[in-house]
Design a binder for this molecule. Structure first.
Ligand code: ASP
Length: 277
């Protein structure tokens, strides 16, 4: 019983990076799956995201892009389907923003805290490698969703995107959970993850719910992005309107499957990330 899905964002990727991306996504999903087997569903989400933050391959944690002042400011959030949630926005000098979001959820009476500063020197990534990361995991009883990002390259200092906003970048409630990525300033306007999870809760399959979510994002805002979701049975939902969105899913059979690399492997284009407008 149980399933986990992790994603590496809805950006464009350089072909030579894809091998490493596949390895790290698999490592992240299998780490989460292992924790899931020992009954630790919240740990599974946090640790899976930490693997991605620590890899330096994605625009999250160590690999985060810089803002217009050359600083790294990160957003992250986590939510459990029983209604617990925590999020951080524009945090600096912190190795694992997802852990800070969990701290907000478990150790404070708040849901979102912005502007926290740690003492770590985070260099950030020049080219904006990879993209936002996220995870949705279920043990059949609860669904937990988490998202972490460095935001968009060249953003104004203090800008907070969807990844810190419960309902936009991350949501879990009742029968489902979702993690989104893409044009955060647009994703916030359609409350993408809330929309997807609400459809799952109303009985739609996670796949149909994700497709409806991306359709809504495009129709209302012309935004680019992607979303992954799970229901309590571990059924996968996955949709994006970008070239690629690398994903690793470990279903109830325990076997990892990689999705979302197809288009990009045929192109020569590099990752451009999401730039500030
Ligand atoms: N959604 C993130 C943000 O706007 C960026 C991304 O997913 O690429 O901060």
């Amino acid at each position: 019983m149980g399933a986990i899905v992790v994603h590496g964002g809805a950006g464009k990727w350089k072909r030579e990076k894809l091998k490493d991306v596949k390895e790290v996504l698999k490592e992240s999903a299998l780490k989460g799956a292992e924790l899931l087997r020992s009954g630790k569903v919240v740990d599974a989400c946090e640790e899976a995201v930490k693997v991605l933050e620590d890899s330096g391959l994605f625009n999250a944690g160590r690999g985060s892009v810089r803002n217009s002042r050359g600083e790294v400011e990160m957003d992250a959030s986590i939510m459990v389907s029983d209604g617990r949630a925590g999020a951080v926005g524009a945090v600096k000098g912190v190795k694992n923003p997802i852990s800070l979001a969990r701290w907000v959820m478990e150790k404070t009476k708040h849901t979102l805290i912005v502007g926290l500063e740690g003492n770590l020197e985070l260099e950030g990534s020049e080219e904006g490698s990879g993209d936002t990361v996220g995870c949705v995991v279920t043990d059949g009883r609860l669904v937990v969703a988490g998202t972490s990002t460095g935001g968009i390259k060249g953003k104004l200092p203090g800008r907070v995107g969807d990844s810190a906003v419960i309902g936009a970048g991350t949501y879990a409630w009742g029968r489902g959970g979702a993690s989104a990525t893409g044009d955060g300033d647009e994703i916030i306007k359609v409350c993408l993850s809330f929309f997807v999870v609400s459809l799952i809760d109303l009985g739609l399959s996670p796949m149909k719910a994700c497709e409806a979510g991306i359709d809504l994002l495009l129709r209302r805002t012309k935004g680019k992005g992607g979303v992954v979701a799970l229901d309590l049975e571990g059924n996968l939902g996955y949709a994006h309107n970008t070239k690629s969105m690398p994903v690793c899913y470990v279903g109830p059979d325990g076997k990892p499957s990689l999705l979302g690399f197809e288009v990009e492997e045929e192109t020569e284009e590099g990752n451009e990330g999401h730039e500030s407008r």
